[in-house]
Design a protein around this ligand. Structure first.
Ligand SMILES: Cc1ncc(COP(=O)(O)O)c(C=O)c1O
Length: 278
């Protein structure tokens, strides 16, 4: 990751300079992707929905049988690194260095980066994702583990074809999510989004935007949808901590307008953030 960290890096709570922040090359998080992580956004020093993010982190760690100790301690570290203002707070939990006692002696690393440069509209390619659990639940369903290699590979493949990113599609044709974002779309004034039953990540942004949509009086339909339904949409949007609510203007060869409903969801989301983070 970048070295533009704002302030110090906390490793198990100990503050170190970014340039010298390091963990063991024997850590199983590094060697095998055994670990989990969270990304939250700080607005003027206040991370949005920090408790929801940390509940998800605790659930991910529990699924992996990694003991992260008190979640309040981790929350204290997140609030500390967020103090400088706006940025992306990252939390990584590694699997530790003990192959015989997996998940012990782990490191918890917390730091804040500046907000990334993001395009404000996205183009996406449809990429089949045979690795996605896509409704078949497993022990790691819904966990945000460090094993993001397949998701990154989908992004790289899409970028190599001139797109910004990918839409992951299950082997049965169901629209799932992006490699690092959730998806929603508008058709005839109704809002559609793949349901959590498809084992997509329980996105904090998606949950907040569903709340906003319901409050604004929209019908929100959560379910299982095939790509044709997505491509027939009037408006499509990507949802994540760093993207917030971003218009999708192309999927494969289908183009979409930046629409008024996406704009009102984005506005409503930003109002909610303002109300919750002060
Ligand atoms: C696979 C996946 N789906 C959706 C999201 C969006 O989640 P959130 O809104 O909590 O950032 C992410 C975020 O990293 C993700 O990795």
């Amino acid at each position: 990751m970048s070295s533009d960290v704002q302030g110090k890096v906390l490793i198990n709570g100990k503050a170190v300079d970014a340039a010298s922040a390091s963990i063991s090359v024997f850590d199983i998080g590094f060697q095998r992707g055994y670990g989990c992580f969270e990304t939250m956004r700080s607005y003027s020093g206040s991370p949005f929905r920090v408790d929801q993010h940390l509940d998800r982190l605790a659930a991910s760690a529990a699924n992996l049988r990694i003991n992260i100790g008190s979640i309040d301690r981790v929350k204290g570290w997140c609030l500390k690194v967020a103090e400088p203002g706006d940025g992306i707070v990252r939390v990584f939990v590694t699997g530790g260095t003990d192959m015989k006692h997996l998940g012990t002696n782990n490191s918890i690393i917390v730091f804040m980066e500046p907000l990334p440069q993001m395009p404000d509209v996205f183009s996406l390619d449809l990429i089949e994702a045979p690795w996605h659990s896509d409704g078949r639940s497993s022990e790691l369903s819904g966990a945000k583990t460090l094993s993001y290699g397949p998701n990154l590979a989908a992004t790289i493949t899409a970028r190599s074809k001139g797109f910004d990113d990918a839409v992951l599609v299950g082997t049965g044709g169901a629209v799932l999510e992006g490699p690092t974002f959730s998806l929603g779309w508008v058709k005839d004034g109704q809002i559609f989004t793949p349901s959590l039953d498809s084992n997509i990540l329980a996105s904090v942004t998606r949950a907040a935007v569903v709340e906003v949509a319901v409050r604004l009086g929209f019908d929100v339909v959560e379910g299982s949808f095939v790509t044709k339904e997505l491509l027939d949409a009037d408006e499509v949007f990507a949802l994540s901590t760093s993207r917030q609510v971003a218009s999708v203007v192309r999927i494969a060869s289908t183009t979409f307008e930046r629409g008024p409903i996406t704009a009102s969801l984005r506005h409503g989301f930003l109002e909610l953030v303002k109300a919750e983070t002060g």
